[in-house]
Design a protein around this ligand. Structure first.
Ligand code: FES
Length: 165
């Protein structure tokens, strides 16, 4: 992120939500709220983190902008470019890989006619590979929005996608 990037203006209600998290830490550790702050901003301000939004979070938490970029680019739950209305986060970590998450991705790619990391032309779906989502017992699994879908099969995947508006 270059220094010229202007921070976006965070709306008051977003600041209040971030303040809720800041209050959980000692006064001089505001930056500890960076993870939830990025979640709040991503979820409520367009679905992905622009350089301007990351700069705004950094400024609000009084931390270096590059440190926010490091966090946002490290964790797979953050997106730095636009995503589809339904972001399909396929777990490809060990348990899911052993239970054939590769086949899940293959099926999604074929059905949606896009590759992993891409978004359909109508902006409806994005397929993304993510790290363990803590539902290993249900492997292979993916997350769409706040929902977890487990023990996936091609038939089950088709039904899930058919039911999404
Ligand atoms: S390895 Fe996939 S949920 Fe844990």
């Amino acid at each position: 992120m270059t220094e010229e990037v202007q921070a976006a203006v965070l709306p008051e209600h977003i600041k209040r939500e971030i303040d809720h998290w800041i209050a959980k830490y000692p006064a001089d550790f505001k930056q500890s709220a960076v993870i939830p702050a990025l979640h709040i901003v991503q979820e409520q301000m367009g679905g992905y983190l622009t350089p301007e939004l990351m700069a705004a979070v950094a400024d609000y938490l009084e931390m270096p902008r590059v440190a926010v970029l490091e966090v946002a680019s490290f964790y797979s739950m953050y997106d730095l470019k636009p995503v589809g209305r339904h972001k399909i986060c396929v777990c490809t970590n060990v348990s899911c890989a052993l239970k054939n998450s590769g086949k899940v991705i293959e099926h999604l790619e074929k059905r949606l006619n896009i590759k992993l990391g891409e978004t359909t032309a109508d902006g409806k779906f994005t397929i993304k590979s993510v790290e363990c989502l803590g539902a290993c017992v249900g492997a292979p699994m993916f997350q769409i929005g706040k929902e977890y879908y487990e023990h996936l099969t091609p038939e089950k995947i088709d039904t899930i996608l058919d039911n999404l508006k």
